[in-house]
Design a protein around this ligand. Structure first.
Ligand code: ATP
Length: 274
């Protein structure tokens, strides 16, 4: 099933400036993407084509957004899969799903007359977990297929494919994935710092009426440790409190309640996982 597809497919165009904070990650990604854009020069110089970018960091920090913005920046078609799709697949099905993913990318690029395709694989650790000492490996064929497809990517002519993978468990990854010519560029996408949080809050406030007395500086201060996804929730919950109060705009009080709610939600989630 393609449960996660909708998440990865809207809105169609997403640019890097719609992603708050993460300046270092953005710069590193853009630097890498310039290899895709300047592919002819790269090929002439005999530089290995860039095949894989690995985004690492906690959930909800914008890894998926960064992958989508990368597609926009390089004028690539975008196809996506998640490691969780591969759980409990029959032997062989995972490998054929990988094959189809690469085929889908090539076909889509041809159809849209684009030279580049980005394949995003979220939760890569599910298929690319460490293979240790003779252990029975459910995902061997899937991982092997991915490595085979990656090794088959060449620069120069035809549709150039870049694989962007994301994980929040980098230490779990098999070293075969991290070898040169595979995911040899790794970019950390950390929790946002204060100015990052402020930028993210403002992005998610854009379509909402916010009282002019609200201090973004204070809200950013009070949301230490929040991910981008949690900050998006703060703005959304704040708007819901506003609706309940039947007033016209979001006040500091609404946002204070919303921060508590998101914090509390996180705590109960953790309990449930234990
Ligand atoms: P996961 O590891 O759980 O897949 P992720 O790192 O891929 O998480 P995203 O799916 O990119 O996170 O982010 C989830 C949502 O959180 C986004 O759709 C967006 O609303 C919000 N968000 C996260 N980071 C940012 C950011 N830097 N700027 C703006 N919004 C953000």
């Amino acid at each position: 099933s393609h449960k996660n597809k909708s998440k990865h497919h809207k809105p169609i165009h997403l640019s890097f400036d719609q992603i708050g904070g993460q300046d270092r990650a953005k710069n590193e990604i853009i630097e890498a993407l310039d290899f895709i854009i300047r592919r002819e020069e790269i090929a002439k110089l005999g530089i290995r084509p860039l095949k894989g970018l690995l985004l690492t960091g906690p959930p909800g920090t914008g890894k998926t957004l960064l992958a989508r913005a990368s597609a926009h920046y390089t004028n690539s078609v975008f196809v996506a899969a998640s490691g969780s799709e591969f759980v409990e697949m029959y032997v062989g099905v995972g490998a054929s799903r990988i094959r189809d993913l690469f085929k889908e990318a090539r076909v889509k690029a041809q159809k849209e007359k684009k030279e580049n395709a980005i394949i995003f694989i979220d939760e890569i650790d599910v298929i690319g977990g460490k293979r240790e000492g003779g252990q029975q490996r459910e995902y061997d064929q899937t991982l092997n297929q991915l490595l085979t497809e990656m090794d088959g990517i060449h620069s120069g002519e035809g549709i150039q494919i870049l694989i962007i993978a994301a994980t929040n468990r980098k230490e779990m990854l098999d070293s075969a994935l991290l070898r040169p010519g595979r995911f040899d560029r790794q970019i950390e996408v950390d929790l946002p710092d204060k100015s990052g949080r402020m930028a993210i809050l403002k992005i998610h406030a854009k379509n909402k009426p916010v009282h002019p007395d609200v201090s973004w500086d204070k809200i950013a201060e009070q949301t230490f440790g929040f991910s981008g996804a949690q900050l998006e929730s703060v703005m959304n919950e704040g708007a819901i409190y506003t609706l309940r109060d039947e007033v016209e705009c979001i006040t500091s009080q609404h946002l204070a309640y919303a921060i508590d709610k998101v914090m509390l939600g996180e705590r109960t989630d953790r309990k449930a996982n234990e």
